[in-house]
Design a binder for this molecule. Structure first.
Ligand SMILES: Nc1ncnc2c1ncn2[C@@H]1O[C@H](COP(=O)(O)OP(=O)(O)OP(=O)(O)O)[C@@H](O)[C@H]1O
Ligand SMILES: [Mg+2]
Length: 251
């Protein structure tokens, strides 16, 4: 089966800084692909290109068989192709109630074209209960995001992506700064995505998280994909050693 995302020869510079130097990467259908590498290796830049936040300087990208025309490619275009990105911060408005966060920028409308707040709240309630399995008394559509734990916030952002039928979900360090229990929640949301046949590109520095859920692991070094491993090919210890080698290689 053809991959859901196929990137070839992607380059990107910021002024004199060469962030990406000819990246070839495929994301397969229904897989979790982890992107690993040192600080500054180019991981976030690569996923921002997929998400439509940055445009590549050169190279090609196909999403679900559609060649991307860089000229019209932005976050909205990426969403239309099924790409949703969850950032560690800033993806939710702290002071907004949950239901506003779910539908911001993509409101459900009444026949008259007005925002259908009633339906948005009802859909949020379903999302919390059915998708997230959050049934705590404090977790109703009117609750503020600020009342959610870190893992629940990430979960809400992931659930929102699922609600809008994203087929490709991009996560940039979703478990960083979370406690063990909260990180575990996020990992199980990612497993749920995969169970539904969706694909996930997961950037993380936390090797034990990555190794637990990723089907494949791509190592980036200085703007390139240095190697890709199937989970069955590499143990956690070996993975850590391999990353360290890349780090030493930079000196
Ligand atoms: N908007 C920008 N303007 C200028 N330079 C940038 C910009 N974004 C990234 N860079 C540079 O591009 C290189 C790759 O950065 P990137 O953020 O992709 O790394 P990363 O692998 O995500 O690192 P980290 O693990 O620290 O998040 C770095 O040298 C960085 O300083
Ligand atoms: Mg980054």
């Amino acid at each position: 089966m053809e991959p859901i995302v196929s990137m070839r020869g992607i380059t990107k510079s910021f002024g004199p800084v060469r962030a990406l130097e000819g990246v070839d990467l495929d994301l397969r259908r229904g897989e979790v692909l982890a992107l690993l590498g040192d600080n500054g290796a180019g991981k976030s830049t690569l996923i921002k290109i997929l998400s439509g936040l940055h445009v590549a300087d050169s190279g090609t990208m196909e999403i679900a068989g559609n060649p991307v025309d860089w000229k019209g490619y932005d976050v909205a275009a990426a969403r239309r192709l099924g790409v949703e990105t969850v950032y560690q911060e800033r993806s939710l408005g702290e002071k907004q109630p949950l239901w506003r966060n779910v539908f911001v920028g993509r409101h459900l409308k009444t026949k008259l074209g007005l925002i259908d707040a009633k339906r948005e709240k009802e859909e949020t309630r379903k999302l919390l209960a059915d998708v997230l399995g959050l049934k705590g008394a404090g977790l109703h559509p009117e609750a503020r995001v600020a009342t959610l734990s870190g893992g629940e916030r990430q979960g809400l952002a992931i659930a929102r992506a699922m609600y809008f039928d994203a087929t490709i979900i991009v996560l940039d360090e979703p478990t960083t700064a979370l406690g063990v229990g909260e990180a575990g929640k996020v990992l199980s949301f990612v497993e749920r995505l995969r169970d539904e046949g969706r694909s996930c590109l997961f950037v993380s520095h936390e090797l034990h998280h990555v190794h637990r859920i990723a089907d494949r692991m791509a190592l980036m070094e200085q703007g390139r994909i240095a190697s890709i491993f199937e989970r069955s090919e590499i143990g956690l210890k070996e993975l850590a050693e391999r990353l360290l080698l890349g780090h030493e290689g930079r000196r």
